[in-house]
Design a binder for this molecule. Structure first.
Ligand SMILES: [Zn+2]
Length: 151
């Protein structure tokens, strides 16, 4: 189960319902490493959903590990695994590309304008990523094929 977006108090009830639809006869891996925000409500829901019959393995970044240790939630039924989320950087300036920033990506031989929020997988898979403002700047070998917008 992959969770993307924001798992705040408002989304927590929906998260609980989704977890309720998953069969309870085997272990479940919940990947939160791409969620933009994980609130403590979501962690309590995970704790409620974990059982000896259905242990949960939750993947998340360092912030999640910290939150888990703060509220002391880890149990044998609920385990956490720390994964580092690769932070995409601009091939022109080397700075981090923000989640909502317009981003030019090179993927499958074409250039597209998108953002990490709109297409996180495409941005991850891209051969190169640029801030929209950095794309095509002189002095670097910016790709010259046509731009295509992904919606
Ligand atoms: Zn840049």
């Amino acid at each position: 189960m992959f969770v993307t977006g924001t798992l705040d108090t408002f989304a927590a009830e929906q998260f609980r319902r989704v977890l309720g639809t998953v069969p309870v006869d085997r272990p479940l891996v919940v990947d939160l490493s791409r969620a933009e925000f994980v609130g403590h409500h979501a962690l309590f829901i995970l704790a409620e959903s974990a059982s000896a019959e259905r242990p949960l393995l939750v993947r998340g970044d360092g912030n999640l590990s910290e939150l888990v240790s703060l509220i002391g939630l880890a149990t044998p039924q609920l385990r956490f695994e720390h994964v580092d989320r690769a932070v995409p950087t601009c091939a022109h300036c080397g700075d981090v590309i923000g989640v909502y920033e317009p981003t030019v990506i090179m993927l499958d031989g074409a250039c597209r304008v998108t953002s990490r929020a709109a297409h996180p997988d495409a941005v991850d898979k891209a051969l190169a990523r640029y801030h929209h403002a950095c794309y095509g700047r002189p002095s670097r070998s910016a790709p010259s094929s046509g731009m295509l917008s992904v919606r």
